[in-house]
Design a protein around this ligand. Structure first.
Ligand code: IPM
Ligand code: MN
Length: 349
């Protein structure tokens, strides 16, 4: 019996999570998976009403969950940063979800902006470090507001943090067993402290994985090759900020934010699964947002719970729906409403 904590969150989060839960229920029934859900109303509305972000009591309950299923965080009436740092990053850090796993996979029938590239070319995974780097929030102002103001923002990289991320990436590449190729994406030519550490650890750990081919690509060039030759990538490992940036490029080439899912993983603890797009306030309540990213995030959650058959069935159904039914993956252009897309995935299971 799994205990799944659900945080629908802000904007279109609740709409897409409702479809994800609908699909989860159907797939769980078909595969005799038993689970219970506990819903938490964390997000902008609660913050505006009570000033609370994540109360300690909720943190304690989340610690007992087998997984967290999250919709979206971000509210137009709350200053940018408060909810993101206070809820999303807070949970990633608190539960030491040190991997953000983001598959970039173009499903058949899905439009990609890359001319002459198809599903056989776009199928790689980004392993993003998720608890350190520039996201650590270290820095300070000197002479704030003055003419000589300086703002420092420090990238914090620990040997242990870098090593556990790189190790995960090697293990993942081996297990994925596709091209068995791991690319380190960084900026060794300019960021000579942080990336010196990453580069050293990468090459050290690589010695333990002689079956995995390795290479290094600067982050700017990574963006370029993801567009020109995405078929060169199998698994990419990178730091928190670079991972954030390149996975938006990745989302676009796999068909957009409507399909891109990710997992915030602590291999020894509580992991959290989410669609990687935001709360899309302008589409809230209209039943037009694409729920497939949230549905795919539920699929990743099943896989991480060890329910691989159920995860595969979910993905196969999503592929049927994208290849045979949806006109587009964009909000309002799918040819179906949000809830109808959820129904289609259920019907094709
Ligand atoms: C993401 C998002 C978050 C991030 C924001 C909302 C803080 O862009 O999950 O990619 O930067 O990690
Ligand atoms: Mn992002």
């Amino acid at each position: 019996m799994y205990r799944i904590a659900v945080i629908p969150g802000d904007g279109t989060g609740p709409e897409v999570i409702a479809e994800g839960l609908k699909v989860l229920e159907a797939v769980a029934t078909a595969h005799s998976i038993r689970y219970e859900t506990v819903v938490y109303d964390l997000g902008g509305e609660r913050y505006l009403k009570t000033g609370e972000l994540v109360p300690d009591s909720v943190v304690n309950e989340l610690a007992d969950a087998d997984a967290i299923y999250l919709g979206a965080i971000g509210h137009p009436d709350v200053k940018p940063g408060i909810l993101e740092q206070g809820i999303l990053l807070n949970l990633r850090f608190h539960f030491e979800q040190y991997i953000n796993l983001r598959p970039v996979k173009l499903y058949p029938g899905v439009w990609t902006p890359l001319k002459d590239k198809g599903p056989e070319d776009i199928d790689f995974v980004v392993v993003r470090e998720n608890t350190e780097g520039l996201y650590k929030g270290l820095g300070e102002f000197h002479n704030k507001g003055g003419e000589d103001e300086i703002a420092l923002q420090i990238s914090h990289n620990t040997r242990k943090g870098v090593e556990r991320c790189i190790r995960f990436a090697f293990e993942y590449t081996r297990k994925r067993n596709r091209d068995k190729k791991l690319t380190l994406c960084g900026k060794t030519n300019v960021l000579t402290y942080a990336w010196d550490l990453w580069d050293r650890v990468f090459h050290e750990v690589a010695k333990e994985y002689p079956d995995v081919a390795t290479n290094y690509v600067n982050v700017d060039a990574t963006c370029m090759w993801m567009i020109k030759n995405p078929e060169w990538f199998d698994v990419i490992v990178t730091d928190n900020l670079f991972g954030d940036i390149i996975t938006d490029v990745g989302a676009m080439i796999q068909g957009g934010m409507g399909i891109a899912a990710g997992g915030n993983i602590n291999p020894e603890g509580v992991s959290m699964f989410e669609p990687i797009g935001g709360s899309a306030p302008k589409y809230t309540g209209m039943n037009v947002i694409n729920p497939l990213a949230a549905i795919c995030a539920a699929g990743m959650m099943l896989e991480y719970l060890g329910e691989e058959k159920a995860a595969k069935a979910l993905e196969t159904s999503v592929i049927k729906v994208t290849s045979e039914r949806l006109k587009s993956l964009s909000a309002g252009k799918m040819g179906y409403s949000t809830s109808e897309v959820g129904d289609l995935v259920v019907d094709n299971l």
